[in-house]
Design a binder for this molecule. Structure first.
Ligand code: ADP
Ligand code: ASP
Ligand code: MG
Length: 402
């Protein structure tokens, strides 16, 4: 007998038939004598639908009420799945975030789980399957809070950690983690084992199969994860401590995101403190600046500064820059149609020439690089959005991932 967290994502519970199918997967595990905590997402599309409804009331929908609204998606799945299990003659009970409770900290719409009361559910696991909602909790003031898009993965990891389970299995709509998004790059290959570090980079850089904060928590507390398909029996991907992995390839995967924008300040006065003056108010407004490039000025007096931000922050960022009295520049330009394409691999550390190989491949395909950032195990470039898939496919091929 082992204690497990099983997490089912939106597509896996997207219809009544799929919920019934998920109930059968759970029954198999339950019949083996396992103690099961099942974390569920809202049915596919539900959270987006709720966001659309909120926008019809107001684009500035009250944040507290938005959490009340969005958390309802997972509540629906909890009840439907639990009832499907009961129909299969399995003892099962659903628990809402405040009934457990799942305690959160931080802002509305962007909280994080800090504690989960284990007593009631632990006791119940002797009797049946506990079904709990992902993506949410309750603050110390008693308000319902959500933990960011894709947050059910983080809920699953939090349950695995606080209940000290033997495994944490993420059931989703693909067979595991692939060398690139298998729905966009059909030649992508499933990865059998991947380190926390690589998975964290891949998910932060756009591989939405795992949510980055879930991977980060798993890495911090060394909670091995398994990503696998709800719809096939194929072996999935193990995410765990990298020491156990033998690297044969320098690059493990190619990720991309299309939610970036690029801003350039032209003709900025070049003197000490200018960068701090530009970025301080952005930091205060919680705008995340990703890549920064400063040109070397020929006369040491003026320069150009380019940086990237999330596309959603573009208007706010431009407003802040335009209001900033502490900086002098000639003009601002922006490009909202850029994408970030990244290669990730722990094997990159020990392989020389990766940077050249990536730049050369993009140049051969006439793809212009607008900004670059590197770390030990990743290399990212900003390019025009229209070139995204062409760039991903090319890199996937030249780094022998096809
Ligand atoms: P869930 O609803 O189960 O949480 P998500 O839609 O959040 O599922 O994540 C699964 C999706 O992630 C896949 O359908 C796939 O299109 C996408 N994806 C992007 N990059 C990758 C990758 N490298 N490996 C696997 N899936 C990926
Ligand atoms: N339902 C939430 C979302 O769509 C959480 C999740 O599915 O992980 O973002
Ligand atoms: Mg997800």
């Amino acid at each position: 007998m082992v204690k497990k967290v099983l997490k089912f994502g939106g597509t896996s519970v997207g219809t009544i038939e799929r919920i019934q199918h998920v109930a059968k997967i759970i029954k198999k595990e339950y019949d083996l004598g396992n103690k099961l905590i099942v974390v569920v997402s809202a049915m596919a599309g539900k959270t987006n639908e709720l966001i659309d409804l909120s926008n019809q009331i107001s684009e500035n929908f009250d944040k507290r009420e938005l959490d009340v609204l969005l958390s309802s998606g997972e509540q629906v799945t909890c009840a439907l799945l639990t009832a499907a299990l009961i129909k299969l003659k399995i003892n099962s009970k659903s628990w809402l975030n405040w009934q457990i409770p799942i305690l959160t900290d931080g802002d509305h719409n962007n909280s994080r789980i800090v504690n989960i009361n284990v007593s009631k559910i632990n006791q119940y696991l002797n009797e049946g399957v506990a079904v709990v909602p992902g993506f949410q909790g309750i603050s110390k003031n008693g308000d319902i809070t959500t933990i960011g898009r894709g947050g059910s993965d983080a809920s699953a990891v939090a349950f695995a950690k606080l209940f000290d389970t033997d495994s944490c299995e993420i059931y989703t709509d693909v067979d595991g983690v692939f060398s690139s998004d298998p729905n966009k790059i059909p030649v992508a290959k499933k990865i059998d084992k991947i380190s926390y570090e690589e998975m964290l980079e891949l998910s932060s850089l756009g591989a939405k199969v795992m949510q980055p904060s879930a991977v980060q928590t798993a890495m911090m507390y060394d909670i091995p994860l398994q990503v696998r398909s709800t719809f096939t029996d194929r072996k999935g991907t193990k995410i765990f401590d990298q020491q156990n992995i033998d690297y044969t390839k320098s690059v493990t995967g190619v990720a991309y995101s299309k939610d970036d924008a690029k801003i350039t300040l032209l003709g900025v006065e070049d003197r000490p403190g200018v960068a701090a003056n530009i970025f301080e108010p952005l930091n205060k407004a919680q705008i995340n600046v990703d890549m920064v490039i400063q040109n070397v000025s020929s006369d040491q007096k003026i320069t150009d500064i380019t940086f990237t931000i999330k596309r959603d922050d573009l208007i706010k960022t431009k407003e802040i820059l335009q209001k900033n009295k502490n900086i002098k520049y000639e003009s601002i330009t922006h490009n909202a149609n850029v994408a970030k394409v990244s290669i990730v691999g722990a094997g990159m550390v020990s392989t020389p020439g990766i940077t050249y190989k990536m730049f050369k491949a993009l140049a051969d395909d006439k793809i212009n690089i607008l900004a670059i950032s590197t770390s030990e195990i990743k290399l990212s470039v900003i390019i025009e959005e229209e070139n995204t898939l062409r760039a991903v496919k090319k890199l996937h091929t030249i780094f022998e991932l096809d």
